[in-house]
Design a protein around this ligand. Structure first.
Ligand SMILES: [Zn+2]
Ligand SMILES: [Zn+2]
Length: 420
């Protein structure tokens, strides 16, 4: 079995997975309505009030002032009993509770904080973080001082055991009403009263000390949670067992622990030093605190500016996208227009071409007619000329014949004369 217990080195994955825890948390709220069938008998109501009060003491004296802050001492048996009592409230194991609470003090109201109203809102700081799987596991490096006790690791491994034992007792004593009203009602009420310290005590109340967080002193919450409502005091000085720093700041948990110390059940209760109560911090410390505050304000401002820049960037890119779409639309319109015009021009061009073709054809046929006429005239003239030439030819031939005849006559005459 010891192999299954968490070790002091690991991040201990909770045996109850985050979502199952959330489901169980919701189921407990629904179970409250089962009182419709069980009824609400007086003894069950008294049991609920007693169990709420005893376990509220277990939460604040156990989980918080002992296991998370080690503000007083007790023996090993008492330590086990205190852890057992704390865990009957079903807020997981003391190692888980202390590890996350120490984390809260280290990063109070900074982005890393487990539960911060300023960072993540009221709902998250009240319930969200408790049921979220995100914080289900335990960083054992934060609780090495507790993890060295095997009995505490055993309770961590079987975190529901104390609660189930108590639930069984309630059922055995008072039946179904004892279970539903006595156990379930008081457990759910105990959860929400505990959680007000993580939520409301960082929102409503007075800030006596200039701590780096939003913690407040709230007398109503202090009464409701047995002294935890002096939350600004506590953030100012966590090492003190007493959280009500003045006599009028009622702190029931402290009174009970004081009485227990008188009978030797616990010891070494720590008081806040006087200079802490009167808030006269060492100058260097005050300076450091001021520097831290300035740094935090600066970081917040930077974050805010970053956020604004991101917004502006998103807006600009949206605008660019819009413009791009508009441009594309216009280009589409224009290209449609241009195409239409081109189509018209093409039509016009075709008309012109057709006209020119027709004119050319008309000209060509005109020319053919004229050439025909000319060649006909030429033929007539040529025929006339030929006739003239033939007549001239005939006349010439006749003249030649006459000349030849005349010549022959003369020759014949000459010959006869000479013979004579
Ligand atoms: Zn604390
Ligand atoms: Zn706090």
């Amino acid at each position: 079995m010891s192999a299954e217990l968490p070790t002091a080195q690991s991040r201990y994955p909770n045996t109850v997975s985050g979502w199952f825890y959330a489901l169980r948390f919701g189921a407990m709220h629904l179970l409250c309505f089962a009182a419709i069938w069980t009824g609400v008998p007086l003894e069950a109501v008294i049991l609920a009030v007693v169990l709420w009060a005893v376990r509220m003491f277990g939460v604040t004296a156990g989980y918080h002032r002992y296991f998370s802050h080690r503000t007083y001492k007790m023996g090993r048996v008492m330590q086990f009993l205190m852890a057992f009592l704390s865990q009957t409230s079903m807020q997981r194991g003391v190692l888980w509770w202390a590890a996350h609470h120490r984390h809260h003090h280290k990063y109070s109201d900074q982005p890393e904080d487990v539960h911060s109203v300023r960072q993540d809102g009221f709902f998250w700081s009240h319930i969200g973080w408790v049921v979220s799987p995100r914080w289900a596991e335990t960083d054992m490096s934060r609780v090495r001082d507790l993890a060295k006790y095997p009995e505490l690791r055993f309770l961590e491994r079987f975190q529901h055991l104390p609660g189930l034992v108590l639930a069984g007792l309630c059922f055995a004593l008072f039946g179904w009403a004892g279970l539903i009203v006595g156990f379930v009602w008081s457990t759910v009420f105990l959860w929400h009263t505990t959680f007000t310290i993580n939520s409301l005590a960082h929102v409503i109340g007075k800030r006596r000390y200039e701590t780096d967080d939003d913690s407040r002193n709230n007398w109503f919450l202090a009464l409701l949670t047995f002294g935890e409502g002096w939350h600004n005091n506590h953030h100012h000085y966590q090492a003190s067992t007493r959280q009500g720093f003045y006599w009028w700041e009622i702190d029931l948990t402290y009174y009970i622990l004081w009485a227990m110390s008188k009978v030797g059940l616990v010891s070494d209760l720590r008081e806040p030093p006087r200079h802490v109560v009167e808030d006269r911090p060492h100058p260097a410390k005050a300076l450091r605190a001021a520097a831290r505050r300035a740094r935090r304000d600066f970081d917040e401002r930077v974050e805010e500016l970053k956020g604004r820049a991101r917004l502006a960037r998103e807006e600009a890119s949206q605008r660019v996208e819009d413009l791009g779409q508009e441009l594309a639309l216009r280009i589409d319109e224009m290209s449609n227009d241009v195409e239409e015009r081109l189509e018209n021009l093409r039509g016009d061009l075709q008309d012109v071409r057709r006209g020119a073709h027709e004119k050319l054809e008309a000209l060509a046929s005109d020319a053919t007619v004229k050439v025909d006429e000319l060649s006909r005239e030429m033929a007539v003239k040529m025929a006339t000329l030929r006739t003239h030439a033939e007549e001239a030819n005939d006349r010439a031939a006749r003249a030649i014949d006459e000349i030849a005849e005349a010549t022959e006559i003369r020759l014949q005459t000459g010959t006869s004369i000479s013979q004579a």
